[in-house]
Ligand binder design. Structure first.
Ligand SMILES: [Mg+2]
Length: 293
């Protein structure tokens, strides 16, 4: 179980660190500049260090810390962690979350609704999906797991499309933690949803920050590629919102294969590796405690 939890968190961070090199680039631009990006080399639009991660990992860490602080009712603590992160002047904050921060006056859900209105109803970004995995890692009980998955989404992303994607994603993660097979888990959870038609054909939508498109691309890589490397390299080299899509896909794939099976040359590069390992241990302890309660 600990190996899976570690694999999930490192899967997010590795996808983020790899994809940071190609974020906002087109496939053609990536080919011209890099050929194919297979290693964590840094650079990109944020000029990151090799192994440096971005908002995807930072907000995943924030969600994990909030849950660790207050397992029963983590939303306020998750919010406190978001604000601590914001105060570090991060290199990248997604549009929806930036507007929410600007209008936050003590109630996250009200700020999310205001942001939704200010953005003319476009609050279905992928920013709550990219950070939601710690909820599935900590909460064994599926009803509670779904409830917190939705709440951590709604506190910044008013649109139901965002919370719907978080539920499907974390239900897949929940199955992986029971040792179910990844493809079987995905196919079971996307049945009768808008994601049902994901096939061996590349999704007919841009690999951008709209949560439905990001989810379609992440599921496409997960359903059609076998190894962890293939999944995160695939997502990285399409460009667009590549760091987030690689993080979303990398989280589930890392959970499936486990930390010990993640490539060393990726794991060792992650600058935040001690913090991620510490958080994985704490989430594991919480899960064990709750499972045995
Ligand atoms: Mg990012």
């Amino acid at each position: 179980m600990l190996d899976k939890i570690l694999g999930g968190l490192f899967g997010v961070a590795i996808g983020d660190a790899l994809g940071a090199t190609t974020e906002f680039m087109s496939q053609k631009e990536i080919e011209a500049e890099h050929g194919i990006v297979k290693d964590i080399i840094g650079g990109g639009c944020w000029d990151v260090q090799p192994g440096e991660t971005t908002d995807d990992t930072a907000m995943t860490i924030a969600v994990a810390k909030g849950i660790i602080t207050n397992f029963e009712d983590p939303i306020e603590d998750i919010g406190r962690q978001f604000l601590l992160w914001k105060n570090t002047n991060p290199i990248d904050i997604g549009i929806t979350i930036r507007v929410v921060f600007k209008h936050f006056e003590g109630n996250w859900f009200e700020a999310a609704k205001r942001a939704h209105d200010i953005l003319d109803g476009r609050s279905a970004g992928n920013g709550s999906l990219m950070r939601c995995l710690p909820v599935a890692l900590a909460y064994y009980e599926i009803y509670k797991m779904e409830q917190i998955s939705v709440a951590q989404s709604k506190m910044t992303h008013f649109d139901d499309l965002a919370s719907e994607a978080c539920i499907i994603y974390n239900r897949i993660a929940h199955r992986l933690l029971r040792n179910d097979d990844l493809k079987t888990s995905i196919l079971a959870e996307i049945k009768n949803t808008r994601y049902e038609k994901i096939s061996s054909l590349k999704p007919d939508c841009p690999a951008d920050g709209f949560v439905v498109n990001s989810m379609k691309w992440a599921l496409y890589w997960l359903l059609n590629y076998v190894s962890f490397e293939e999944v995160v390299i695939g997502a990285t080299n399409i460009g667009g919102d590549s760091d987030t899509i690689a993080a979303i896909a990398g989280g589930l794939k890392g959970l499936e294969v486990g930390y010990n099976n993640l490539p060393n040359h990726y794991k060792n590069k992650i600058l935040d590796k001690e913090q991620l390992a510490d958080l994985a241990n704490q989430l594991f302890e919480i899960r064990e405690r709750e499972t045995n309660a």
